[in-house]
Design a protein around this ligand. Structure first.
Ligand code: RB5
Length: 160
């Protein structure tokens, strides 16, 4: 699965930690003999910025990431800013993006299960109920509930 990552300066350090974690996870889960074969990687990662902690504007990166996720069905996105709020609002303005702002495993789980969230947002400067890495794991491993009522509601969201 391809995963896009983005942040502003306020979320840069957490994005870096997540990126490093996902890179490590890729290596660990690839059997030795296929370690060089890209197609066998569990995740393909692309960081779409920002590139350091210099002040920048979260709408630019939230939008850029959401456009990539929507243009590439089946991919997911992770966005981080100081609070998680600004960058999630930006992402959700892109048609087809469904971004869940989560500080707990429970919210990441429900965001995938019920809402079919294709983007996870987190706030580096905020309190977390669960460790950010665990929230990422939950978001990436939970499938959408395909019950008729959930599919119908997601379709209603996509029509807006
Ligand atoms: C940047 O200082 C901060 O406003 C931003 O990261 C975010 O919290 C906005 O919602």
């Amino acid at each position: 699965m391809k995963i896009f990552l983005a942040s502003d300066h306020g979320g840069f350090e957490l994005k870096k930690r997540i990126l490093e974690y996902l890179e490590t996870k890729c290596e660990k889960e690839i059997p030795k003999q296929v370690r060089d074969d890209k197609r066998n990687k569990e995740y393909e990662l692309e960081d779409v910025g920002c590139v350091d902690t210099q002040s920048c504007d979260y709408p630019i990166f939230g939008r850029k990431l959401a456009e990539k996720v929507v243009a590439n069905p089946g991919t997911r996105g992770i966005v981080v800013c100081g609070s998680g709020v600004g960058i999630s609002i930006a992402a959700n303005k892109v048609h087809g993006a469904r971004c869940v702002l989560a500080n707990s495993i429970e919210l990441a789980h429900l965001g995938r299960l019920h809402n079919g969230a294709n983007i996870l947002a987190m706030g580096e400067r905020t309190k977390f109920v669960d460790a950010p890495i665990k929230i990422v794991d939950e978001f990436l491993s939970t499938e959408e509930d395909m019950s008729e009522r959930h599919v119908r509601r997601r379709e209603q969201l996509d029509e807006m």
